[in-house]
Write a protein that binds this ligand. Structure first.
Ligand code: NI
Length: 276
């Protein structure tokens, strides 16, 4: 059984001390691939070194909505250039809208739209963060799809109800569930996990945040725990862990164009990954 953790932040400080042990645990748990997210372009070289260290790591480059104030007139060019620098870049993000913790709506929308344009130009999928912003996000994306064409992507760490989920499915997006789907009071997220078509569902940890049940008490989440997310989602969908793992892994490979796993072996390695 192979799983893909489609959203990690193992460059964060909390992983500094024991990353080899963390990697051993994700390999033991069947996590065959990881997609590393990016909250700001300055993380690029750090994430790139992690991809040199762990051959099963692909990554993204982008600017998080809660860092939207860091966007400058050079940011679009910077992200575009970085995204073309390394073939292990599989997505632009994470990007999106977050009106739960910030109210700079206009700035966030400018930054979000600019990154959709980069993804569209490079024909890469986007990793989307959406909090308290479903209606404006759907509106913005519908307009973008209509005028500039649709973009592939995933609603990451999805916390919406089934009606909201349907809006993003209608936009052609994938839906990724994290540890929040395992939480006791997460009825509407669980209902969403039951209605996403099997060719559009993904799993992730969003580590080091949001450790799933039964690890919720732990201060730090880690990629191995994506298995607990997958188990919960499989149970909700009345299917086996093996089936859910196969579906979500195929979906992750399709969306992110991940180097296909042939009998557990990656087709390319870090040595030939750099284009420059
Ligand atoms: Ni994230």
């Amino acid at each position: 059984m192979q799983l893909v953790d489609t959203h990690v932040h193992i460059n964060f400080d909390s992983f500094q001390g024991d990353l080899d042990a963390v990697a051993l645990r994700w390999r033991q748990a069947g996590v065959a691939w990881l997609v590393h997210s990016c909250v700001e372009p300055s993380e690029f070289s750090q994430i790139q070194s992690l991809a040199n260290r762990f051959s099963e790591l692909s990554f993204a480059v982008g600017l998080h909505p809660l860092d939207a104030e860091k966007w400058t007139e050079h940011s679009a060019k910077e992200i575009l250039a970085l995204a073309q620098q390394d073939r292990r870049i599989v997505a632009i993000g994470e990007m999106g809208l977050d009106f739960y913790k910030a109210s700079n709506r206009e700035q966030q929308e400018v930054v979000f739209k600019a990154q959709l344009e980069i993804a569209s130009q490079l024909d890469l999928p986007v990793i989307i963060h959406c909090r308290d912003a479903v209606a404006p996000m759907v509106e913005l994306m519908q307009a973008f799809w209509q005028h500039q064409g649709s973009v592939q992507g995933v609603m990451h760490c999805w916390g919406g109800n089934p009606e909201e989920t349907q809006l993003f499915l209608d936009l052609g997006l994938y839906i990724s569930f994290s540890g929040t789907v395992t939480f006791k009071n997460a009825r509407s997220i669980q209902a969403s996990a039951q209605m996403v078509p099997s060719d559009r569902i993904l799993v992730e940890t969003d580590c080091p945040f949001l450790a799933p049940v039964p690890k919720r008490g732990e201060r730090r989440n880690e990629p191995a725990y994506v298995r607990h997310v997958a188990e919960k989602v499989a149970q909700l969908r009345q299917t086996s862990l093996e089936t859910l793992a196969l579906q979500t892994t195929q979906n992750a490979c399709r969306l992110f164009n991940l180097p296909l796993l042939d009998q557990g072996l990656p087709i390319f390695s870090a040595e030939n990954a750099s284009l420059t």
